[in-house]
Design a protein around this ligand. Structure first.
Ligand SMILES: C[S@@+](CC[C@H](N)C(=O)[O-])C[C@H]1O[C@@H](n2cnc3c(N)ncnc32)[C@H](O)[C@@H]1O
Length: 237
């Protein structure tokens, strides 16, 4: 079953990321106290890429998860539809193939990669199921698909802390960064996104096997992974 994440129209999402590109890395570090690097490194570990194998990072933004995959020895392609985000990524990773493109229509052949990752990007997909099926389609059977995403903690006290942080402090940071709209969108995009069980079901529906997830940062960050089966993502879209 496909789930539309009910996000903003694609053009608006792209324009928003173009607008915030220059402050994006700094805002991430401030909002996560620098922990975001560690979460991306864990996501890259879960992709289990071998030296020289081809890995794809979807919705790569300024490229930090792609760089983690490169550190693991993979030959990496990073794809995003925001030119402004990609132009910053290009400066950080001269050895990575940066591609402009849409995650919902990946410009790659079936089975092209050994693994595909997406970090903090899936919640922006207009059609989550389609985005996951596309990732599964371009990964060869036996390869991994990894999703790193913010999730909503269910139980107090973390749910209280999360509410305070996301609904009050993040929009305040947005005002300070000069883009209240973008940083007001962030909490609402997280709340719309399925919780860990729901996302695992979406990955399974995309044809992935052995779907697992781990929560970290007190239940605020979810790392999901699954293994591509023989027919994953290949049915009509
Ligand atoms: C929150 S940023 C995440 C960037 C990076 N992956 C990270 O770990 O920080 C989300 C990125 O997803 C991109 N994005 C959202 N929807 C997309 C789509 N359908 N196709 C390609 N890129 C998309 C945006 O342009 C943005 O750069």
């Amino acid at each position: 079953m496909a789930v539309s994440s009910g996000t903003l129209p694609e053009g608006q999402v792209r324009a928003m990321f173009d607008r915030i590109a220059r402050v994006y890395d700094r805002m991430n570090s401030v909002m996560t106290a620098g922990l975001d690097r560690r979460w991306r490194a864990r996501a890259a570990d879960l992709a289990r890429v071998g030296r020289g194998s081809r890995a794809l990072d979807v919705a790569t933004g300024t490229g930090d998860l792609a760089l983690e995959l490169e550190r693991q020895g993979a030959e990496v392609t990073g794809l995003d539809f925001s030119e402004e985000m990609l132009s910053l990524a290009r400066r950080k990773g001269p050895g990575i193939a940066w591609r402009a493109g849409n995650a919902l229509e990946l410009p790659f052949a079936d089975d092209d990669f050994a693994a595909a990752t997406v970090g903090f990007g899936a919640r922006n997909f207009d059609d989550l199921g389609r985005g996951l099926r596309e990732m599964a389609r371009v990964v060869r059977p036996g390869g991994r698909v990894v999703v790193l995403e913010i999730t909503t903690p269910q139980r107090p006290p973390l749910s209280w802390f999360f509410g305070l942080w996301f609904d009050r402090l993040v929009p305040l940071f947005g005002r300070l960064a000069g883009d209240p709209e973008a940083y007001g969108y962030l909490p609402s995009s997280v709340r719309r996104f399925p919780g860990p069980e729901g996302l695992a079901a979406e990955l399974a529906a995309a044809g992935l096997h052995d779907v697992r997830w781990v929560l970290t940062a007190g239940g605020i960050i979810a790392l999901h992974s699954g293994t591509v089966g023989a027919q994953a993502g290949r049915w009509p879209r």
